[in-house]
Design a protein around this ligand. Structure first.
Ligand code: AMP
Length: 700
């Protein structure tokens, strides 16, 4: 067996740590003598470069660079292409992890085989499984996946103290925010409650600066920042943000399209631009306190974790709320990796102890943990879709509620009528989400159990066990009660008509005639849409949603620029789609226009019945229009009605080529978007010719 490490796989920076020869956790330095490694990959002509070298390519404006992919972990539709190869977030994370493994091996001069990897506490099942898969792809045995704030609390817990105290771990990294409330007693380190947002982090603060600089530049020269210029400004915005943590103002020199200008941003201006982001972390923190039935006066210390807690606005807020400055002495960049290394030591020693029948040879972790046991909780309720008791509606039946200690397990018995031909199948939709409304949940998959034993009875009793393991990864298994025979489990992808299938009453649905309409809105979020154009598009999308009857229409949202991202699967919930529209940000899928949404639209809509529409909004010329046209035609053949809306420098001929009908190619102005979307909504709901879709669609 080789050595083990703890890895903090961050959105912007990662850290790898070991237990050194003194039995102390230590962050391993890079060849540049730093402990933080940029989570950035550069695809040049040779093998991909990871870390500082890749970050330098990004700073030089090189576009063949992948970063921030942790935000898309677990998203099966997200891929980036470099040198003719597709990379998923798992592939990209595996490259970062393999780089960290090699860094540790060079330093320790021994092979590294095992690791504990950390994830945001708020990561759901798909994101955790994807992280574990990335570790395995990098050649590591993943001992466990633990939560970042808990890892930081483990590092914090190393300090000698016999007192019982509550600490609040406020973890604001590059791309995610987590907050955990931890009770530390002489015997245990127990997480009481946790919450977070996996798409809120330092990057959002960078974006506020970026948009401000872009606006100023656009106002002065009328030129958009795209491609290399945009990527360079992204790196400059992050640097400016860091400088503003130490200084009151910073000059930023913007160069694009042959123009150069220097703009000075003050700290006050920056804080005004990002006040709402801080407010969001404040709301989540208050919510965690409420969940644990505690108040600020019960908190002994706030432990700041993650590079973004260096921002003075964060520190000032902590001081205002808790009455004292954030805790010093815990390294905000390294604490998570150090805690992960301690956990890795603990797990390795436990394995050794089990192998040797008790008594580990070198109980390093026991000492580092000060004999405390670690008790973490789950941030997401685990449930399944069931019919309500009176059969009038579908509900999300909660099995293991949020903030339950992990590992956790719950059983449910089922009575199944056996089919004589041996094809009996038990299907369960497993969910994560707090609401009892199936429309508001995340679906983990369709869990299908088969291979029932032959019984001399018409019915079988099945015991299904649902649980979270110690990595908060979902485990489901079932046995036939009378024989104890385990059933065969297959986790199938969620069918495209879910959650819409669970709308209304199960009874009515069984006999329903008219089929619901499904609409996907695909919005161009490339660099040229930043600011007002995107705001107008969002406004138009809101108007569209508000004019349709959500009982009979499901609406989804897709962001498209260099890559394509499904921001929202088609939903009948107005608040859900409106929230997704509000969350849309510029350049969330890259700054350029090298992607197109038609493959995704085809995958999402072709399996559905009922009227199907895709409204595609573009403000400029896409890089690979021919490919987009070809794939749009595939949608037309599948009777998916494409409506193409363009403004600004959109190519009108292209709009006509991708739209299903002539009337479905609409060229308007930025200010006319609202009216255009309202007209489309009217056509889709009634149709000027009385049919669904009116003159914009064909549906028979
Ligand atoms: P992490 O993922 O925990 O490494 O956090 C990285 C984030 O911290 C990035 O968004 C950085 O821009 C941010 N960060 C690092 N140092 C500073 C600083 N001095 N001031 C503001 N943000 C910082």
């Amino acid at each position: 067996m080789g050595a083990f490490v703890g890895i903090d796989l961050g959105t912007t920076y990662s850290v790898v740590a070991c237990i050194n020869s003194d039995g102390k956790p230590q962050a391993i330095p890079t060849a540049y003598n730093r402990t933080t490694v940029p989570s950035v990959v550069y695809f040049g002509s040779g093998a991909p470069l990871v870390g500082e070298d890749a970050k330098q390519e990004q700073a030089a404006g090189n576009e063949s660079v992948a970063s921030f992919f942790k935000r898309n972990m677990g998203d099966p539709y997200f891929v980036l292409s470099f040198n003719g190869r597709d990379y998923t977030p798992v592939d990209l994370s595996a490259l970062v992890l393999a780089h960290l493994k090699k860094q540790a091996e060079d330093y320790l001069k021994t092979p590294v085989t095992d690791a504990v990897i950390t994830v945001p506490a708020y990561f759901d099942n798909a994101r955790r499984e994807a992280t574990k898969q990335a570790g395995e792809q990098a050649g590591l045995r993943v001992l466990s996946i633990i939560n970042e704030p808990t890892a930081a609390a483990i590092a914090y817990g190393m300090r000698p103290s016999q007192e019982t105290q509550n600490v609040l771990v406020y973890d604001l990294g590059g791309g995610t925010f987590d907050v955990s409330l931890v009770a530390i007693t002489p015997h245990e380190l127990r997480v009481l409650a946790t919450d977070g947002d996996h798409s809120l982090g330092g990057r959002d603060w960078d974006d506020r600066l970026l948009i401000q600089l872009q606006h100023q530049f656009q106002a002065e020269f009328g030129a958009d920042l795209v491609g290399d210029d945009f990527n360079r400004l992204l790196v400059q915005a992050e640097e400016a943000k860091r400088t503003l943590s130490d200084r009151q103002s910073v000059p930023v020199r913007v160069t694009a399209s042959g123009h150069t200008a220097t703009y000075t941003i003050t700290r006050e201006q920056f804080e005004n631009l990002s006040q709402d982001l801080l407010e969001r972390t404040a709301q989540l923190t208050e919510s965690v306190l409420q969940q644990a039935h505690l108040g600020w006066r019960d908190i002994a210390n706030v432990v700041p974790v993650g590079g973004s807690t260096r921002m003075p606005m964060v520190r000032a807020w902590v001081e205002r709320m808790s009455g004292k400055p954030p805790m010093g002495g815990v390294h905000p960049d390294e604490a998570v990796a150090l805690g992960a290394a301690i956990q890795a030591a603990f797990e390795i020693e436990r394995e050794q102890s089990q192998r040797l029948g008790g008594g580990a040879p070198k109980p390093v972790a026991k000492e580092l943990l000060r004999d405390r046991r670690i008790q973490d909780v789950t941030a997401h309720t685990l449930g399944l879709i069931a019919e309500s008791e009176d059969g009038s509606r579908y509900i999300n039946s909660r099995l293991i509620v949020k903030n339950s200690p992990i590992p956790a397990e719950q059983g449910r018995p089922y009575a199944m009528r056996l089919r004589p031909d041996g094809t009996t199948e038990l299907e369960v939709f497993v969910t994560q989400g707090e609401s009892d409304d199936p429309q508001a949940c995340t679906y983990l998959g369709l869990y299908s159990f088969t291979d029932f034993p032959a019984l001399n009875a018409p019915e079988a009793q099945v015991d299904v066990k649902y649980g979270y393991d110690s990595s908060t990864i979902v485990q489901v298994e079932a046995v036939e009660h009378s024989t104890g025979k385990p059933l065969k489990l297959e986790v199938k992808p969620v069918p495209p008509d879910v959650p819409a299938r669970f709308l209304g009453s199960p009874r009515d649905q069984r006999g329903r005639g008219g089929e619901p309409m499904t609409v996907y809105i695909a919005i161009d979020v490339s660099g040229s849409m930043c600011g007002e154009p995107l705001a107008q598009a969002q406004q138009a999308a809101h108007e569209f949603v508000r004019q349709l009857d959500m009982k009979t229409t499901a609406i989804g949202l897709i962001a498209v620029s260099d890559a394509v991202h499904i921001d929202q699967q088609a939903t009948h919930s107005q608040s859900e789609i409106e929230r997704a529209i509000d969350r849309m940000t510029c350049c969330s899928t890259g700054g350029g226009n090298s992607g197109h949404p038609f493959d995704t639209i085809y995958d999402l809509l072709s399996p559905l019945s009922g009227p199907r529409f895709a409204i595609v909004l573009a403000d400029g010329v896409w890089s690979y229009q021919d490919r987009a046209i070809q794939q749009a035609k595939r949608c037309h053949h599948a009777e998916i009605n494409v409506i193409a809306v363009g403004f600004g420098s959109a190519d009108q001929q292209f709009l006509r080529a991708i739209a299903s009908t002539e009337a479905g190619a609409i060229y308007t102005t930025q200010g006319g978007l609202g009216n255009t979307f309202s007209t489309i909504a009217r056509e889709l709901s009634g149709g000027s010719d009385g049919k669904t879709g009116g003159k914009l669609g064909r549906y028979s």
